[in-house]
Write a protein that binds this ligand. Structure first.
Ligand SMILES: O=C(O)CCC(=O)C(=O)O
Length: 386
């Protein structure tokens, strides 16, 4: 099943999807309606009226929508859910790109179950991407008490520890950042999570923002997410969504099949690689020499562009290289979802995120206030699951 969407890029194909040629201008004329001095164009998308400050577009009056333009471009959703990007830089509609955003199919689900990860190309519509960008901007300007800077510049007058660039992360801010809340609990993203988990009621666990600035020498070490979390669940998924191009040299790496080999590792601290505990409790083993996975034959690189999703299981071993040799930023938002039967759990260490128990005891279903269930057949719901 393919929905129709638009990718607004700044020139390149950011989705890996087929690029459509610019829509032709068939008719071009100037009309004056009093103060509405407008240019009319006929394009493959219908009648486009352009004048200072606003634009109308649509094949017929029922689809006609008014756009106020923001800087040099605008995005429109018509009734048929077609989105149109309009370049306003004097080249009129030459920047229009219209391409389908794909949804999950059987092959994706099979790959996800087999490998513990799958890359979905062009799955995030442009409107959601720009909304997530605004969310990340706000998050970075207003970090929570749980945010980290793993590779910040040395303090004024302090010793340089060799950590260049910046590796910022923060999580569980969806409650105060509407862009995150909206994208996580409605639209295509919970649907993708539900499809991959095989449920119509995915539970949103939290969002995680991971931003590496150019030149960041800190890599993301090999780890599984599950041991950091205070939940028990084998049906879950993280949707890792880049907001900048992430080429192979800095791409997320996943170890194929590691979600299903029964191994669970004691977390190591990101900042210095030190294990959380020195003796592995029952059910866990120490993750010694995690760097060995960089050359493991099961390792897969997942280069991705804005619009793509790397979906991976909480037990999948994954890592990401430093940005030493990469000139661009690397902003990522990861949405974490669980099946609705996930249970609250304890770990013999402080969990991350460090959620309080909120009255839950191990074995309880999570509560709907902090971990909302999305009813894919009926819209968002924040009630506890029965
Ligand atoms: O983006 C990264 O550097 C690592 C991502 C990650 O560890 C995660 O999303 O769980």
């Amino acid at each position: 099943m393919a929905a129709v969407g638009v990718n607004v890029g700044d020139g390149g194909d950011t989705t890996g999807q087929q690029q459509h040629p610019p829509a032709p201008i068939i008719l071009f004329s100037l009309t004056i309606f009093g103060k509405f001095c407008s240019l009319f164009h006929w394009s493959g998308h219908g009648l486009i009226m352009r004048h200072v400050g606003a634009m109308y577009v649509g094949a017929g009056s029922r689809q006609r929508k008014r756009l106020m333009y923001n800087r040099m471009s605008a995005i429109l959703r018509t009734k048929s859910s077609v989105k149109v990007a309009l370049g306003m830089d004097g080249r009129d509609i030459m920047e229009v790109k219209k391409c389908p955003h794909r949804e999950v199919d059987e092959a994706d689900i099979e790959a996800y179950r087999r490998d513990g990860f799958v890359v979905l190309r062009g799955a995030v519509p442009a409107g959601i991407l720009s909304s997530l960008e605004r969310g990340v901007d706000f998050n970075m300007s207003s970090p929570s008490a749980w945010s980290n800077d793993y590779a910040g510049p040395p303090p004024e007058g302090g010793a340089d520890d060799g950590c260049g660039g910046r590796f910022f992360d923060d999580y569980v801010n969806w409650d105060r950042i509407p862009e995150f809340r909206h994208a996580a609990t409605s639209g295509p993203l919970p649907r993708i999570a539900g499809d991959l988990m095989g449920t119509r009621s995915p539970r949103f666990y939290h969002e995680h923002v991971l931003v590496k600035e150019p030149g960041t020498v800190a890599s993301t070490p090999w780890h599984q997410d599950d041991p950091y979390y205070g939940i028990d669940s084998m049906n879950n998924v993280s949707l890792w969504m880049p907001l900048d191009p992430v080429p192979d040299v800095v791409a997320l790496r996943c170890l194929a099949g590691s979600h299903a080999d029964g191994r669970r590792y004691v977390p190591n601290r990101f900042v210095d690689g030190a294990p959380y505990v020195s003796v592995a409790p029952d059910g866990f083993e120490m993750l010694t020499d995690p760097a060995r996975f960089w050359s493991d034959p099961r390792q897969r690189s997942c280069p991705a562009n804005p619009g793509d999703v790397v979906a991976f299981h909480f037990r999948t071993l994954h890592a990401a290289p430093a940005l030493e040799d990469h000139r661009g930023r690397r902003r990522v938002v990861s949405f974490r979802y669980l099946d609705d039967d996930a249970r609250w759990s304890l770990r013999p260490w402080k969990t991350s995120p460090p959620f309080s128990n909120g009255g839950l005891v191990p074995g309880d279903l999570l509560d709907g206030g902090r971990f909302p269930i999305v009813d894919l057949d009926g819209g968002p719901s924040s009630s506890s699951h029965p």
